[in-house]
Design a protein. Structure first.
Lengths: 147, 178
């Protein structure tokens, strides 16, 4: 009970010490935000990609692995898309600029699996922003029925 | 109490408007949250106001890019704070790297509050805290965000947030006693 009261007093003191937020009058930031938001909303949500020679639709911002699985391409991902196993490795034939940049965890995993090349990516990490052509490094697990 | 406008749209309508790129929704979002996000950035940064404004601008641009992927798992403010937190971390890292390169002390002007009504001693103690401690205290006690949402913002586990909070409170008390 005492701890609770102390915590409440602490919260009250902290609240009174910190100034109330002042309105941000920066119209440039406000307008830049609005313009960018409009531009982003105008982009198509679905991006055409080619995976192992098959043309499929991917959700913009979704991973290559997600797009493949959704379209019945059963790409291996033994670790459950946690960058550990490297079994979802793909070679990007074209459009590598349309994938999100590599993060440190992906780089580490590719280096660990001695598979570091400018065109190799982990499908569980690379997110799609535009048309891409990719091929899986490992054989697929088999056909999945479309869900 | 605050200079923030009275909300006109519900949070769900606001999210729908933002995803559709609606100008009014964008303005409403900015007017409703920009001040609180700026305060969060300024306190997390513990740096000069100019830096806070730059980070605010970067945060809003990143927010515009990220909003289409907002799944509604948390409140909009939590989502915005998570982005702001990463922008702040990035600036702190850049400043530390620059300071290392320049072989000088880190660039961190610890002046936070300009409000004359604020408790000066408390503010001094707050400014002496580590940025991560100040940030977690602000989120918990000023923004009144729950531990679960703070964990989402800081990308930590709930237990880690609780222990960070405990350490932050202890550090603040120690700093107040000095």
């Amino acid at each position: 009970m005492d701890t609770e009261r102390t915590e409440l007093e602490f919260a009250a003191r902290l609240k009174s010490a910190i100034e109330t937020p002042r309105a941000v009058d920066d119209h440039a930031v406000r307008e830049a935000f609005t313009a960018r938001l409009k531009r982003v909303a105008a982009r198509p949500d679905v991006v055409p990609i080619e995976f192992d020679g098959r043309k499929i639709d991917a959700r913009r911002g979704g991973t290559l692995l997600g797009a493949a699985m959704k379209n019945g391409i059963r790409l291996m991902h033994v670790c459950g898309a946690r960058t550990l196993c490297g079994t979802c490795r793909v070679v990007v034939e074209s459009g590598e600029d349309n994938l999100t940049p590599m993060r440190a965890t992906e780089k580490f995993s590719l280096r660990w699996h001695l598979s570091m090349s400018p065109r190799t990516r982990l499908a569980c990490q690379a997110r799609v922003n535009g048309p891409v052509e990719a091929e899986s490094v490992f054989p697929l697990c088999g056909d999945l029925p479309n869900r | 109490m605050t200079a923030v406008e009275v909300p006109r749209l519900s949070e769900s309508d606001l999210i729908a408007g933002l995803k559709a790129g609606d100008e009014d929704a964008a303005h409403e979002f900015f007017d409703r949250y920009a001040a609180r996000i700026r305060r969060f950035i300024a306190h997390s940064l513990g740096a000069s106001a100019a830096d806070a404004d730059d980070v605010l601008q970067e945060t809003f641009i990143a927010l515009a890019e990220a909003l289409p992927f907002f799944r509604g798992d948390s409140s909009l403010f939590t989502f915005a704070c998570a982005i702001a937190h990463r922008k702040v971390l990035s600036l702190i890292r850049t400043n530390a790297r620059r300071a290392r390169l320049m072989r000088s002390a880190p660039i961190a002007d610890q002046s936070i509050s300009t409000d004359p009504r604020a408790d000066r001693e408390f503010n001094r103690a707050l400014a002496d805290l580590k940025p991560e401690h100040r940030e977690v205290l602000l989120l918990k006690y000023v923004e009144e965000i729950g531990v679960t949402e703070i964990a989402q913002i800081l990308r930590l586990g709930e237990h880690a947030v609780e222990s960070r909070l405990a350490r932050a409170r202890k550090a603040l008390r120690r700093s107040l006693k000095e």
